[in-house]
Design a protein. Structure first.
Length: 232
């Protein structure tokens, strides 16, 4: 559980009731809304990959984020789109990194609510990925609350790997993030995007195919740590 990362070093001598009180208080203070561990029954040979992106541009900044979740068949390399969001954020003090955090959090929460797993995370923000894999919160107070929400949700969802892909290899999430900026509207889509199609989704399907293929290629590299199974 994510909040145990905060309490494990300060509650060693406390009784169980006091530990529960401290954990509850920390969860409320940090904005947690997770009520317990979700039991995931993964489909054999399948996993879920969460691509995320965030950005800010202009003055005043237009801050946007995106999430793309696909179910990947690890045996065949084929995939099916499960969920897409393209979100326009409003509020003072928002940054590109905050937007990326919010995109990731939304994707992980969707996986948790759907009991999807195992889950792999892919993004182009190396700092967010480093903080999550090391379990070290950012120094900026404005980013710390969302960091802990992500950490707890990742633990609940049992994220097994965190992978960094350059923006040109995270094009689908980056494209939807830019779409929200261009249209100044948020969008949410639950429909699957076919891999072979001559419809308006064809271009997107091609980009997503390349992003997923890149993730699979890195995962299958013997020296790659992203392919390691087990909660991180």
């Amino acid at each position: 559980m994510g909040h145990q990362d905060v309490t494990r070093d300060i509650t060693g001598g406390a009784d169980a009731a006091l530990r529960r009180q401290i954990s509850s208080a920390l969860c409320k203070t940090l904005g947690a809304d997770w009520a317990g561990q979700v039991k995931v029954a993964p489909r054999r040979g399948c996993c879920y990959v969460v691509f995320f992106a965030g950005g800010a541009r202009g003055a005043p900044a237009v801050v946007t984020s995106s999430t793309v979740i696909v179910r990947v068949d690890l045996l065949s390399g084929t995939f099916e789109t499960q969920y897409i969001t393209s979100t326009l954020h409003e509020g003072r003090g928002l940054t590109a990194r905050k937007a990326a955090q919010l995109g990731l959090l939304r994707g992980l929460r969707h996986c948790m609510h759907k009991s999807w797993g195992p889950v792999h995370v892919v993004g182009d923000d190396t700092e967010i990925l480093r903080q999550q894999t090391s379990r070290r919160p950012p120094r900026a107070a404005t980013l710390r609350d969302t960091f802990w929400k992500i950490r707890r949700t990742a633990d609940a969802t049992v994220v097994v790997s965190w992978a960094q892909q350059n923006r040109d290899q995270n094009r689908t999430a980056d494209g939807f993030m830019r779409l929200a900026r261009t249209t100044e509207r948020s969008m949410e889509c639950y429909a699957a995007i076919p891999q072979q199609s001559s419809t308006k989704w064809a271009y997107l399907a091609d980009r997503l195919q390349e992003d997923v293929a890149q993730w699979i290629a890195v995962r299958e590299t013997p020296s790659s740590s992203e392919g390691a199974e087990g909660p991180v």
